[in-house]
Design a protein around this ligand. Structure first.
Ligand code: SF4
Length: 378
């Protein structure tokens, strides 16, 4: 008899070998290079990295939302909607325009950074929610759409008397909540959030993130959360994928990344902001600037900024692989290939990730599994 499927570990989206360029030929910018990533049912993956590291391009490439001159040059993006059908999967990169349109919002939705730009300024909240429902569920009656709009607003903590409000009549936090309500309207399996709280004050930001985690716990969707703010991801995400120059350079459970980073760039990011909850950190930042993606440094693209660079680093690109003694995380660094003496700060034991450091534990409900219990899919 087949073992029962572990729905919580079901890989709902599998990205492999994804490459995205802007432009063509010798002048092309390689914005995403050979990315592999697995998003499980109910998981929150945080995508971290400085501006221009490829985070948003990766998310838009995966969902075919890239605008020209962005184009996917290689890879697969398998969406596995049904855990009861182990062989069923769709490659999003092979779908036609109409199939994609059906899939968006129903299965994969997105919350953009600027709700003011994403919402229609001349439609009230009810009309915007009803439009989304009408486009994908034409069989719904007007009354049913209104009831669903009220229900969706309630989910994100907005009272029904706001249905008649226009976007400019709402606070920034409320507009972002409306965007989240719209993203959840059709009960998608995956919600992509692209810097959804960046423009908000810290208190509102925290309230919204708390709400996202509550809804994830209740509804079971998966989240790909993009932000340059690593400290925010350490509070929110189950696992964090750190990007640099178009590649994922480390992917680990958030608690592990916080207390035991393996990649010098992750360590540099952690040393760029003060710790609110974890151990005290020396604030040193990262020297230099991100590279020009049109002429990347040879070998490891981080080598001109890396204080640990060796001869090999400028010659060969390190592969994303589990480092010694840490089979459940991935890192792309020659220091971690098992042949080098690693500095103490990049070789801390994984067990140093304490329960209180676990991602999501400060925001998630007690029912959610601790991130330190999870691992990165290999
Ligand atoms: Fe630094 Fe070399 Fe590791 Fe790149 S591969 S992060 S240059 S030590």
């Amino acid at each position: 008899m087949m073992a029962p499927l572990d729905q919580a570990r079901w890989p709902v989206l599998e990205v492999s070998g994804l490459c995205v360029d802007y432009g063509r030929g010798a002048g092309a910018t390689h914005a995403v290079i050979d990315v592999d990533l697995v998003l499980h049912r109910g998981e929150v993956i945080g995508l971290a990295g400085e501006s221009g590291s490829g985070k948003s391009t990766l998310a838009y490439g995966m969902t075919r939302l890239l605008r020209p001159p962005g184009r996917i040059t290689a890879g697969k993006v398998l969406f596995r909607p049904d855990p009861s059908q182990p062989v069923s999967s769709l490659d999003l990169l092979d779908l036609g325009i109409e199939e994609l349109r059906q899939l968006r919002w129903r299965e994969i939705s997105i919350v953009f950074q600027s709700a003011m730009a994403a919402l229609n300024p001349v439609l009230n909240v009810e009309a915007q929610l009803a439009d989304t429902l009408a486009a994908h569920r034409p069989e719904m009656s007007r009354r049913a759409r209104r009831d669903r709009a009220v229900e969706l607003l309630g989910l994100v903590g907005i009272s029904a008397d706001r249905l008649r409000s226009f976007p400019h009549e709402l606070s920034g936090g409320m507009r972002q909540r409306v965007m989240i309500a719209m993203a959840l309207a059709l009960q998608p399996q995956i919600v992509i959030m692209d810097e959804p709280t960046t423009a908000l004050d810290v208190v509102t930001q925290r309230e919204i993130l708390q709400k996202v985690i509550e809804l994830r716990d209740t509804l079971g969707f998966s989240v790909l959360f993009i932000t340059h703010d690593l400290s925010l991801l350490l509070e929110l995400a189950d696992t964090i994928a750190v990007m640099y120059a178009g590649r994922i350079v480390e992917h680990a459970a958030a608690g592990q990344l916080l207390t035991a980073p393996r990649h010098p760039y992750s360590l540099g990011l952690l040393r760029s902001f003060p710790s609110l909850h974890g151990p005290r950190r020396e604030l040193t930042g990262i020297p230099g600037s991100p590279p020009n993606l049109q002429s990347l440094p040879t070998g490891c693209a981080f080598h001109p900024r890396c204080g640990y660079a060796m001869r090999q680093c400028s010659a060969d690109v390190p592969r994303l692989a589990p480092p010694p003694g840490s089979p459940m995380r991935l890192v792309a660094c020659w220091l971690q290939d098992g042949r080098q003496d690693r500095p103490d700060e990049l070789a801390r034991p994984d067990e140093l990730a304490r329960p209180e450091d676990a991602a999501g534990s400060r925001l998630a409900s007690a029912a959610a599994p601790a991130a330190s219990d999870r691992e990165v899919a290999l």
